[in-house]
Design a protein around this ligand. Structure first.
Ligand SMILES: Cc1cc2nc3c(=O)[nH]c(=O)nc-3n(C[C@H](O)[C@H](O)[C@H](O)COP(=O)(O)OP(=O)(O)OC[C@H]3O[C@@H](n4cnc5c(N)ncnc54)[C@H](O)[C@@H]3O)c2cc1C
Ligand code: SF4
Length: 502
């Protein structure tokens, strides 16, 4: 029974972020631990609704009111159990999820303050580590079946853990030198310190999963070899084909880069420093894309752009502009456009925005300007309007609005065009659809026999919570395909879409 007056007694409160001047001097996470008193108070705000709409916002089907009440009453061990019943990696989602559950929380109705669900989640996840660590749960008996998982992002890791716990022999193949997919070298440490990934990987390994890093499937081992060695294959290769702008004059200038090139380089340098290795050794070509002392222009308005912003400030950028094609969103939900409990279009202020830089809305780059030596020195922008016509985006520059912004380093964070075209797909006879994704049948199978797909590779660039949900669901389908006893949880089907009004 929840506290019926909790939300009347307490306002929504989050722990204070580390001060900006301190945190931009290091790469550690922005949020300190919340402390038990604050988190129990916040969990007390949950009303244990008859129809918990927060569930509809979350593809994992997390038992949110249950663990809110367990935290309120101090039952941490039971809260840890309840949270892990539906989510393999709450330490990732608790830190990184944009929290569609909070957008759907009943307490958020009418512009009020939803429960701090995500903060409660991360505190439970950390309590699991603090109270005895992430205990391995190996399967009681092997099934004699084996599964290859290609890709070690959250989708591949969630599927591997589910399948190993069901008794299957699982091998995860990862072309990078370290595990975690975008959690490892895409997302910076100030959002997710990598010991969280290491801790989870150690647990999964102790449950019997074999990891093979530095193996590019389709190149170092063929798809046929993989299929011959395993009873089923799961593709979880992500959606890493970065969108580009080849038609913009000056795109080939030095200093204009894909955002991921910048983020991966920065993450590798941080990882190398943590391991006591020189930064240059961390990069294949020895040249980090460093923002120190530079005027940086970031093109794009999403997670990737905000991560570039935080990295640029920590590297010591002289100044940063972040450009967005669309007009500035409202600060609160427009109920006419996105009624509760759908995901609203609102201005999202990431912690990186608090650290500096200027956001410029409703503009598009007309030209990357040459300094005369083949190096970018500025971007020429114009104010624009954007409309959708026949499903196509029409961007119109407004005459007389052009101006230049100084730029020694330009980062393109303008989205992803689906999964990469790579030899693995050709070898399997699997094609990318119009969105650049790989289609799944209702049972998560691709067009290739015994080959399944999950995560961003199927959905297109999305969220960690969806990758975990798809990894769990695909594992359930593979378990059934292999004739496994009983059923595994399948929180989503391939056609499931986020809760949206349009
Ligand atoms: C910069 C950035 C920041 C983000 N921030 C957030 C955030 O804050 N919150 C959030 O919810 N989401 C965020 N996302 C999205 C989130 O990271 C992804 O949705 C999620 O990681 C997808 O998981 P996945 O397992 O499907 O793929 P990925 O994490 O992309 O992993 C795919 C893996 O497959 C490997 N691979 C590919 N091909 C092969 C092959 N042939 N052989 C072997 N291995 C292969 C790749 O090396 C990679 O490690 C962010 C994305 C980016 C780019
Ligand atoms: S919708 Fe909000 S108040 Fe209701 S059960 Fe979920 S978290 Fe609690």
């Amino acid at each position: 029974m929840p506290d019926p007056n909790g939300f009347l007694r307490y306002d929504r409160r989050l722990p204070a972020r580390r001060p900006v001047p301190v945190r931009i001097m290091d790469w550690r996470e922005v949020y300190p631990p919340a402390g038990e008193e604050l988190i129990r108070e916040q969990a007390t705000r949950c009303m244990d609704c008859g129809i918990p709409f927060c569930h509809d916002g979350c593809p994992l089907g997390n038992r949110i009111p249950d663990w809110n009440d367990l935290v309120r009453t101090g039952n941490w061990d039971a809260a840890v159990e309840s949270l892990h019943a539906t989510n393999n990696f709450p330490e990732f989602t608790g830190r990184l999820c944009p929290a569609p559950c909070e957008a759907a929380c009943v307490l958020g109705l009418g512009g009020q303050q939803p429960v701090t669900i995500k903060q409660v989640e991360v505190e439970i996840a950390d309590a699991a580590v603090a109270r005895g660590g992430l205990r391995p749960r190996p399967a009681p008996a092997p099934t004699g079946k084996s599964v290859a998982v290609v890709g070690s992002g959250p989708a591949g890791l969630a599927a591997a853990q589910q399948l190993a716990r069901a008794g299957h022999a699982v091998t995860v193949y990862e072309r990078d030198d370290a595990l975690g997919g975008l959690l490892r070298y895409g997302i910076p440490d100030f959002k997710l310190e990598k010991h969280h990934v290491d801790g989870r990987v150690a647990q999964i390994e102790a449950e019997g999963v074999r990891f093979r890093t530095g193996v590019n499937v389709g190149v170092d081992v063929t798809a046929e070899q993989l299929r011959a060695e395993h009873d089923a294959v799961l593709l979880a290769c992500g959606a890493l084909a970065g969108r580009d702008t080849p038609e913009t004059p000056g795109r080939a200038l030095r200093g204009v880069h894909q955002a991921m090139a910048h983020l991966v380089a920065a993450n590798r340098v941080v990882a190398a420093a943590g391991a006591g290795r020189p930064a240059a050794a961390a990069l294949a070509d020895g040249t980090p894309i460093d923002a120190a002392g530079k005027h940086v222009v970031i093109i794009g308005g999403g997670d990737t752009a905000a991560d570039c912003l935080g990295v640029a400030h920590r590297q010591g950028a002289a100044g940063v502009h972040q450009l967005d094609l669309y007009p500035e969103p409202p600060t609160g939900r427009d109920a006419g456009r996105d009624p509760w409990p759908t995901w609203p279009w609102v201005l999202r202020d990431y912690p990186a925005h608090e650290e500096g830089g200027e956001r410029v809305f409703a503009v598009a780059v007309q030209e990357f300007v040459d300094d005369g030596t083949g190096q970018v020195k500025a971007v020429r922008i114009a104010e624009v309007t954007v409309e959708k016509r026949d499903g196509r985006r029409i961007v119109t520059a407004l005459p007389g609005t052009e101006r230049e912004l100084p730029a020694d380093l330009v980062l393109l964070a303008i989205g992803f065009e689906g999964t990469e075209e790579q030899p693995l797909l050709r070898q399997l006879g699997v094609t990318r659809n119009a969105r650049g994704a790989v289609d799944a049948r209702p049972d998560w199978r691709t067009a290739a026999d015994g080959v399944f797909v999950a995560g961003d590779m199927h959905r297109g660039a999305s969220l960690i919570v969806w990758a975990i949900a798809e990894g769990r669901a695909a594992a359930a389908a593979i378990h059934a395909y292999l004739g496994g006893v009983g059923t595994l949880p399948a929180p989503v089907d391939p056609a499931r879409q986020p809760l949206a009004a349009r």
